[in-house]
Design a protein. Structure first.
Length: 489
């Protein structure tokens, strides 16, 4: 088997499929130095200033000559990215989803929304009541039976002493969690004197179903644990009424996220998710792609797929506004990837980005969402937000996504409030961390049969949506985090 993998016919670098030693030779390419697993090697004589091409697109330029067989990484490759760019609209794209015959066994809420879980969520409005939430979660978990998929509290340190956008972000995220369809019942726990109190949070919730959402103000109670348990009992009686039924897969909203990527993420796991995205959006389901900084350098490929001029303009604003966020903190918007990405063979941000956006496949971009905004349109939506794993998965959850597909080349146990399917980009990770990984896309390196592998991933998606637990659910990993950028009083 060849040990150097060329992704696109236009590429002038290949990826090492294992640790290769100096002098290794294959198809006329002889390595001039050791090349680690997942890292790049030049396939032709390249010169200082030349673009390095991967995924058929530039990922940076050389700062020194690189003859055939040269190891390419941060010592000789630098980003091409700069500050604010101008973009040109290339015309509308057609999106006409077909009829969907596929179904999953889910729940239909009283407002008509579909859900993949029938859980009770406990949401604190302020960090001061986090331990109250944990006690209630622990005690009531021993009470429920099979009619409920679990009781889960989502603690955080915010909700008070915040100003401006920070306070607004907290309220948007908390209200979106309270309104999420996977939560059949919700207990909102408040201290009482915080900025984001019950009276305030109600303004963000819209029409409130009093059977589904209960409020506990702990400063008003003689015994907040006793009263909380009573309210949870009422919610449990309500939640038990919901039963799984056949639901069209077109009713799903699926979030996509990558974390701890390696050089194979864009070839296997992310590309596989792109194939699945194309399947899902073709029959009217919704897919959501986030991590705006990891679109830098690849954003024009997404802009070419905008449904119309309105979506194109929203995409441009999303990219440029996030760059301005970096500049406002005196930071470059094209910093190199994280140490984990770097160790996995990714050198520049555009290399990371080109791999990252593979999760969007070739789907038409039908909408661009603000941070914490609900997804309401079928097709592929872009979601404003950073790349941080916990912030991103929380953000995706708050779009209404009932399930998340999370690709990784390095591994992470992280779980979101909704089922989070972990997809490994390489087989070594899947074998080493079988307690974290739900699906191995690494087999695509040796057998690039995307159609059958997409079938298998779609089958897992349907099983998970129908109640089969992910590894993160079995392990009890469920976390939230809120995007912060402001003043704390």
């Amino acid at each position: 088997m060849n040990k150097l993998f060329k992704i696109n016919e236009l590429d002038n670098v290949a990826i090492a499929l294992e640790n290769l030693k100096k002098g290794y030779s294959e198809q006329g390419i002889t390595l001039l130095s050791d090349v680690p697993f997942g890292h790049k090697v030049s396939l032709e004589n390249l010169h200082k200033g030349d673009d390095v091409i991967k995924y058929g697109n530039p990922i940076g330029h050389l700062i020194s000559d690189a003859p055939v067989g040269t190891y390419i990484h941060e010592h000789n490759l630098k980003t091409n990215l700069s500050d604010i760019n101008t973009y040109t609209f290339n015309g509308d794209n057609d999106y006409q989803p077909k009829k969907c015959d596929l179904t999953f066994d889910g729940y239909i809420r009283s407002d008509g929304r579909a859900a993949t879980r029938n859980e009770i969520w406990i949401i604190p409005t302020v960090g001061c009541v986090n331990d109250t939430v944990r006690i209630l979660e622990h005690r009531f978990s021993s009470v429920i039976g099979d009619e409920c998929d679990g009781v889960y509290g989502y603690t955080h340190p915010f909700g008070c002493s915040q100003l401006g956008d920070d306070q607004e972000n907290t309220r948007k995220i908390l209200s979106a969690l309270i309104n999420h369809p996977n939560a059949g019942g919700v207990l909102v726990v408040s201290l009482g004197c915080e900025n984001t109190n019950v009276k305030t949070i109600k303004k963000y919730l819209g029409n409130i179903d009093e059977n589904r959402v209960k409020f506990l103000v702990t400063q008003d109670c003689n015994d907040e644990i006793e009263e909380g348990m009573a309210l949870l009992g009422e919610l449990y009686d309500y939640v038990k009424k919901f039963k799984r039924q056949s639901v069209s897969l077109s009713r799903l909203t699926v979030g996509f996220k990558c974390g701890g990527s390696d050089a194979f993420s864009g070839i296997t796991a992310n590309a596989l998710c792109g194939s699945l995205t194309d399947r899902l959006t073709s029959f009217g389901a919704s897919a959501v792609l986030t991590e705006v900084p990891e679109m830098f350098g690849a954003e024009q490929l997404l802009m070419k797929r905008a449904l119309n001029k309105t979506v194109f303009d929203k995409t441009v604003n999303m990219i440029n506004d996030f760059k301005e966020y970096f500049f406002s903190h005196n930071q470059q918007c094209y910093e190199n990837p994280s140490p984990g990405n770097h160790d996995g063979g990714i050198t520049t941000l555009e290399e990371k980005s080109l791999g990252c956006i593979q999760k969007g496949g070739r789907s038409v971009v039908t909408d661009v969402l603000n941070y914490g905004e609900a997804c309401t349109k079928s097709g592929l939506s872009l979601l404003t937000g950073p790349g941080n794993d916990i912030v991103s998965t929380t953000n995706l959850t708050c779009t209404g996504a009932q399930i998340i597909l999370f690709t990784t080349g390095r591994g992470t146990p992280l779980g979101a409030p909704v089922p989070t399917i972990k997809i490994s980009s390489n087989s070594a990770l899947a074998k080493k961390k079988s307690n974290w990984i739900d699906f191995n896309a690494g087999d695509l390196i040796e057998n690039p049969d995307f159609n059958s592998t997409t079938d298998n991933l779609l089958e897992l998606l349907i099983k998970t949506a129908s109640g089969e637990k992910t590894k993160s659910e079995r392990n009890g990993y469920r976390d939230i985090s809120i995007f912060k950028d402001g003043v704390i009083m």
